[in-house]
Design a protein around this ligand. Structure first.
Ligand SMILES: Nc1ncnc2c1ncn2[C@@H]1O[C@H](COP(=O)(O)OP(=O)(O)OP(=O)(O)O)[C@@H](O)[C@H]1O
Length: 252
């Protein structure tokens, strides 16, 4: 199967510092890849280069074979690359349902004619309610987004991402700052997303129990370079990876 997302020699320099160094990697539908590595390894920078928050110094980001590396984040989202937890399309004063309805409306690109019809409006609401049910937010549908607990806000961000219908889902430390009660909900949602074999999922994660629970594949970044790539058991057993995690290799 051809990759849905690929980076080729992706590199970014900040002054003299190469934060991501010639990373070539292909990601396929039906696969959840976790990106791990010590602090400062370049994981978030690699994510930013894929989703468009940063432009590469050199190299390419390909979505279904098309170079999207010059597009802004919104253009990459339209191309099907969706990133959660950094969504700027959240309206805190609007209800949870309204937020999702707006995301459905934006994605479907429907015009005024469609919205004037009561049935058109109803259709959008029904779709939004579907995403609410899927993310177990139905009970808080009519609360303003700003009134949600931290855990429910995270779920809302997943709901908004689902409403965009991307085919690449990116999650940056999805359970960071979350209580132990809420973390399993979000992890269950990610596990459900991955069940749809047409979707490609990328996750940056530090917590090894989360990595173990979700990963089909692990890639390890170290000093901006791709140090290891493979099945979780193989990567975790690798001497090189153990060395990096035990801090025996200097962070040059
Ligand atoms: N805008 C920037 N300007 C200069 N240096 C930067 C910038 N963004 C990141 N860096 C540097 O690039 C390197 C990689 O940072 P990055 O945040 O991607 O690492 P990370 O693997 O996500 O770390 P963590 O696990 O701590 O979040 C670090 O040395 C960081 O200081």
């Amino acid at each position: 199967m051809p990759p849905s997302l690929e980076t080729r020699d992706l590199t970014i320099r900040f002054g003299g510092h190469v934060a991501v160094n010639a990373v070539s990697c292909a990601f396929h539908p039906g696969e959840l890849t976790v990106i791990v590595g010590p602090n400062g390894a370049g994981k978030t920078t690699y994510f930013n280069l894929i989703s468009g928050q940063l432009r590469a110094s050199s190299g390419q980001v390909l979505k279904d074979g098309r170079d999207i590396g010059r597009l802004a984040p919104s253009g990459r989202a339209r191309a099907g690359v969706g990133r959660a937890f950094q969504l700027t399309n959240l309206f805190p004063e609007l209800s949870v349902l309204e937020n999702i309805r707006l995301a459905v409306q934006a994605r479907s690109g429907v015009g005024r004619q469609f919205l004037r019809r009561a049935s058109g409006h109803r259709e959008l609401i029904e779709q939004a309610e579907g995403y609410l049910a899927q993310t177990r937010l139905t009970e808080v549908a009519h609360q303003p987004a700003s009134a949600l607990s931290h855990g429910d806000q995270r779920k809302l961000e997943v709901a908004l991402l689902l409403a965009m219908e991307p085919d690449v889902f990116m999650f940056d430390e999805p359970t960071a700052g979350m209580s132990l009660d809420h973390a399993p909900d979000v992890l269950d949602l990610i596990a459900e997303i991955k069940k749809d074999r047409s979707r490609t999922v990328l996750l940056v994660e530090h917590k090894m129990d989360v990595v173990r629970a979700l990963a089909d594949r692990i890639i390890v970044l170290h000093n901006g370079t791709l140090l290891a790539d493979g099945k979780p058991a193989e990567v975790m057993a690798s001497d090189l990876v153990r060395e990096v995690y035990l801090g025996k290799r200097g962070a040059a």
